[in-house]
Design a protein around this ligand. Structure first.
Ligand code: AMP
Ligand code: ZN
Ligand code: FE
Ligand code: FE
Length: 250
């Protein structure tokens, strides 16, 4: 039985967070947490190191992953806790997604250059994650080179849908993600449902084996927290909470 305050949604430098696993653990200890779920995008690379580093500190590390999927044009993120690191099918799927992330990054850079932004792949090297690259890395590079004032400004000007640096991600079906997490012995949880803006997807996810729903999330309004807490209660889903921490300076 785990007790105390846990933040069940965080990112490290294995994906698009700015803190290494070691720095994240120190940060969680300073914040007085009992445990942290590390849920990097499309990789579990930070987990072994994090578990080892936290072992003597009293902080519990909950191994996790966040899988980005899409359905009917809506972004749906599935969190998976306690997946086996040795699941061939989950590892294969994640490896394909990470390769696609690299190709996408090259395309984003090419598109930005066409739009007159003098960014190069070499400049990005200092910003990219160890395993899974994403738009926040490009946003930070754009800030560092003076093309944007902040990460948010970089997103708004270049990286969101409709802007020159927007390139869609590899398309994964959320049902497939839920099933892969289950097949890897993990617990699938729907991340930040309030950001989807459409609850109709949830029923099919439950049929596929969804076990939990992220109720407490910084961008959820009080009404959304209440709504999803009630939904979790009535549908027998585990209610979870997480900050989606990506590190300082964002
Ligand atoms: P990617 O996986 O490359 O599409 O990047 C997704 C990540 O970018 C998310 O986890 C957020 O950290 C960040 N992000 C996505 N949309 C925005 C936005 N509109 N403004 C700022 N950050 C964003
Ligand atoms: Zn992220
Ligand atoms: Fe997410
Ligand atoms: Fe996240």
């Amino acid at each position: 039985m785990l007790e105390g305050f846990f933040d069940l949604h965080t990112h490290t430098t294995a994906s698009d967070g700015t803190l290494s696993p070691e720095q994240l653990i120190r940060c969680c200890l300073e914040a007085g947490l009992s445990g942290v779920g590390i849920t990097d995008h499309d990789t579990m690379a930070a987990i072994p190191e994090a578990i080892q580093l936290a072992a003597s500190s009293g902080l519990t590390v909950v191994p996790g992953i966040e899988i980005s999927t899409e359905q009917h044009g809506k972004e749906i993120h599935i969190l998976g806790y306690y997946c086996s690191p040795n699941s061939p099918s989950l590892n294969q799927m994640m490896s394909e997604v990470r390769d696609a992330r690299k190709s996408r990054m090259e395309l984003i850079v090419a598109n930005l250059r066409n739009a007159g932004v003098d960014i190069t792949l070499e400049q990005l090297v200092f910003h990219i994650g160890n395993e899974a690259v994403g738009r926040p890395h490009i946003a930070r590079a754009l800030v560092a080179m003076g093309a944007a004032e902040s990460v948010q400004d970089a997103f708004d000007r270049y990286l969101v849908r409709g802007k020159p640096g927007y390139v869609p991600r590899y398309k994964l079906d959320p049902i497939v993600a839920v099933k892969q997490i289950l097949a890897a012995g993990g617990v699938p949880v729907l991340a930040h449902p309030g950001l989807i803006g459409d609850d109709s997807v949830i029923e099919a996810l439950i049929v596929a084996g969804l076990k939990g729903i992220e109720v407490w999330y910084p961008q959820h309004t009080n009404e959304q927290v209440e709504h999803y807490a009630e939904m979790a209660d009535s549908l027998g889903l585990i209610p979870t909470g997480g900050s989606d921490f990506h590190g300082s300076g964002e």
